[in-house]
Structures are given as structure tokens and as C-alpha cells.
Design a protein around this ligand. Structure first.
Ligand code: SAH
Length: 395
């Protein structure tokens, strides 16, 4: 087996079982491993450190599969990892009455780059690293045995694939093609999901707990749901008896599904508005028109994909939070999120604090939010915690 020697003093991350080896930490490569091939990692003193998948194009040269020298990377390895991840979700699905759930959450489930989401009888997968791409057939076979789904659909169409030198691939991997929309159940609510064309694998499963948190605040309130996508936050808000709901998104297909989701939950109502608009502009029009709301949800897309974009992202978050704070009535609630992994929680909090300060409003944090339990964060991989939310009361 080819192996990679790590530079002296660059092995501390391994002691903490962090699964990434950056190309800058590589001193030497022995042998000529192909992309995705299994390599051993040794330190400068020749000590065995780990075993992972080699990725020559990426800045992350190796993603570790195992820190156990006895463990071989073969179909049985994938079976063990998939089984543990999938079994741990069974209980959750039962407890929360879910028919859609993330079954495998990449690094945090010991399978770097692999996302598997279940939507009813279908699995939707993303193979985002050359390591899991290499083992795709084995993984698909194991998923058929472990879950016996009606079909397995691939949505490996994220821009992160470019960094791995992998092509974007969308299509059926096994069984039947999924229908145009799949109806999923999430506790008391049902949602239509377009797994072929929707964002990511079709739905923001990571926001599940936070959707439900909105309910008690929405009763008798005017709710503004910014970046609403298919109306995930709007459904519980209307079900809890919101006075009005304003959904904003740039995407017409997303708004169309948002409308259908409202009807599916018997919440079709003249009190719900759907605005196809840019949130940045729409919030300014609301400000100019002196509109006011009791609850505002800000769940923007990822504003930063790289460190270079972080400054720009900060300005974007500041802008929408400032506008939103100004639109809240005294005592109103702001649910504000960032799903950019590069945005540290402390920095995000500072941006929201600056927004309140500039708006001349007093605000308190009354809740902190994160991603749902089927999106775990391995303690060895803090980067896995990407979704941050603050629930603020604004005076
Ligand atoms: N809150 C949603 C998920 C939001 S994802 C949920 O819980 O399901 C981000 C959404 O923002 C996407 O639907 C995307 O179409 C939309 N979007 C991106 N940029 C936008 C902009 N400038 N103005 C309005 N919507 C935007």
C-alpha cells in the first residue's frame, strides 16, 4: 500500500482523530497512489497514524477512514459504518414520527464526503469526495441490503466536487426513479419534496427542530419568512395560528412548492403572501413602506464558500439582520441563521449584535439553535457544526 509521510510537528490533529490531512502537512509520498486509493499515513518517526483515501486534486490530500491499524478498507468496513449510522436514525425516526431523515452525515458518521438522505421509500445520495466516489458501487449495494429502498438517486451536483476533480453526476443508481415530488411526514406536518431538482438533496432536513420552535411565537403574529424555499418555516407558523405570513424567495419553483405545501397541510389561506423577490431589496421596500412584523425568520443560503468570501458574507449577514431588526415591532422575535461553516458562532453573534446596535434597538438572545439530531457533529470534527441560529427578542 502506498503511504504518506507527515511533516514533523504536523501530527497533533491525528492525536485528536481529526479526519483531514491537508496537502501542506504532507512531507513525502511513497508509491504512486491513484485518486481515491487507500493510503497509510505515517509520522516523521515512521509511526502509523491512520488510513484514508488519497485525493491529489484537493487541498485535503487524505481523508481518514480509520485510526485503527487493524481495520481494512473493504466492503465490510463500509457495511459497519453504514449500519451504525443507519441504525442510530431508526430510533429518531420513530420517536419524532419522521419519514425523511439524514441517514449518513459524512465525516461525522465516519464516512467523509458521503451524504445519504431518506425521503420515504427513496434514498438520495451525494458522493462529494473521491474516496466515497471510488467506493460508490459497494456503498449502493450495502444500502440496498440495509434499507431495501424503492430507489436510490444520486445528487452529486454540488460545486465542492470541482475541488476534488470529480464530475457532477445526477441520476438513478438503483431501483426506480423517484417521482416528481415525494410527500414526507415530519411529526404533524407533511411536505412535498422535489429530490431531482430541489436544493441539496431536496429539503432542509437540518432545520427540522427550528421549524417547530417557531410555532409558539407565531400565534396571532405577523410572520415574515425570508428565504422561505418550499415554506418549511411557514407551515408550522400558520398551523400555530399566525395572523399573516409573508414568504419571500427568488425561486419561482420553490414558491410554487411552498404554496402546495400550505394546501397539503390544509393551511391554504388568504393571509399568506408569496413574494418572488430578492430579500435584500424586499426588506428595503418594506422599510420604506413602514411595514412591521412580530416574527421574522432569516435563513439565507450559504454566503461564504471560502475564507476569501468571508468579509463579503459578513456584510451580507449584517445587511439583512439590520433591515430585519428595524422591521420588528417592540418585543418581536428574530430567528436568524447562518449555514456557512466558515462563519464562527462568535462572529455571527457579533454581526447580529452590530445590526441591533446600528438599528438603535435593544435585543436579547433567548435561544440558540443548531442542526437537527440526524445531522450530528463528531467531537473530533468540529467543522461538522455548520448551522447556527439565534433567537432574539428585539425591543
Ligand atoms: N428556510 C428554508 C431554506 C432556505 S435555503 C427552509 O427551511 O426550507 C435558501 C433559500 O434562499 C433558497 O430557497 C434560495 O432560492 C433563496 N435565495 C437565495 N438568495 C436569495 C435572495 N437574494 N433573495 C431571496 N431568496 C434567495
Amino acid at each position: 500500500m502506498a503511504f504518506i509521510i507527515i511533516k514533523p510537528k504536523r501530527d497533533s490533529a491525528f492525536q485528536r482523530k481529526h479526519p483531514w490531512v491537508f496537502s501542506g502537512a504532507v512531507a513525502k509520498k511513497k508509491g504512486s497512489p491513484a485518486a481515491g486509493e487507500t493510503v497509510d499515513i505515517v509520522n516523521s518517526r515512521g509511526g502509523w497514524m491512520g488510513r484514508g483515501a488519497y485525493s491529489p486534486k484537493s487541498q485535503i490530500a487524505v481523508r481518514i477512514w480509520t485510526f485503527n491499524e487493524e481495520e481494512h478498507i473493504d466492503p465490510a468496513f463500509f457495511r459497519r459504518r453504514l449500519e451504525r449510522a443507519i441504525l442510530s436514525r431508526h430510533e429518531l425516526k420513530k420517536r419524532l414520527h419522521l419519514s425523511a431523515c439524514r441517514l449518513v452525515n459524512a465525516e461525522s458518521d465516519g464516512l467523509p464526503g458521503l451524504i445519504i438522505d431518506q425521503y420515504e421509500r427513496f434514498l438520495v445520495c451525494q458522493f462529494l469526495t473521491v474516496g466515497v466516489h471510488t467506493w460508490k458501487d459497494v456503498i449502493v449495494q450495502q444500502l440496498q441490503e440495509l434499507v431495501a429502498p424503492e430507489g436510490i438517486f444520486e445528487r452529486s451536483d454540488s460545486p465542492v466536487l470541482d475541488k476534488e476533480g470529480l464530475p457532477r453526476t445526477v441520476g438513478c443508481l438503483a431501483g426506480h426513479e423517484p417521482p416528481e415530488t415525494i410527500t414526507i411526514r415530519e411529526g404533524d406536518y407533511r411536505f412535498l419534496v422535489d429530490v431531482r431538482n430541489g436544493h441539496k438533496t431536496g429539503f432542509y432536513l437540518d432545520q427540522r427542530d427550528n421549524r417547530h420552535l417557531v410555532s409558539p411565537y407565531a400565534t396571532d403574529s405577523d410572520v415574515l419568512n425570508c428565504f422561505c424555499y418550499t415554506g418549511g418555516f411557514g407551515v408550522p407558523a400558520m398551523a400555530a395560528g399566525a395572523r399573516t405570513l409573508t414568504n419571500i424567495d427568488v425561486s419561482a419553483p420553490a414558491l410554487d412548492l411552498a404554496r402546495q405545501n400550505m394546501a397539503l397541510n390544509n393551511l391554504d389561506s388568504e393571509q399568506v403572501d408569496y413574494l418572488q423577490a430578492d430579500v435584500f431589496k424586499q426588506l428595503r421596500s418594506f422599510r420604506d413602506a413602514a411595514r412591521a412584523f412580530d416574527v421574522i425568520i432569516l435563513d439565507p443560503p450559504k454566503f461564504a464558500d471560502s475564507k476569501q468570501q468571508l468579509d463579503h458574507a459578513c456584510r451580507g449577514y449584517k445587511d439583512i439582520n439590520l433591515l430585519a431588526v428595524k422591521l420588528l415591532r417592540a418585543g418581536g422575535y428574530l430567528f436568524t441563521f447562518s449555514c456557512s461553516g466558515l462563519m464562527e458562532p462568535a462572529l455571527f453573534q457579533k454581526i447580529v449584535a452590530d445590526a441591533a446596535l446600528d438599528a438603535g434597538r435593544d435585543a436579547q438572545i433567548i435561544g440558540r439553535m443548531g442542526q437537527a439530531a440526524d445531522h450530528p457533529t463528531s467531537l473530533a470534527f468540529p467543522e461538522g457544526h455548520y448551522l447556527k441560529g439565534l433567537l432574539c427578542r428585539v425591543w
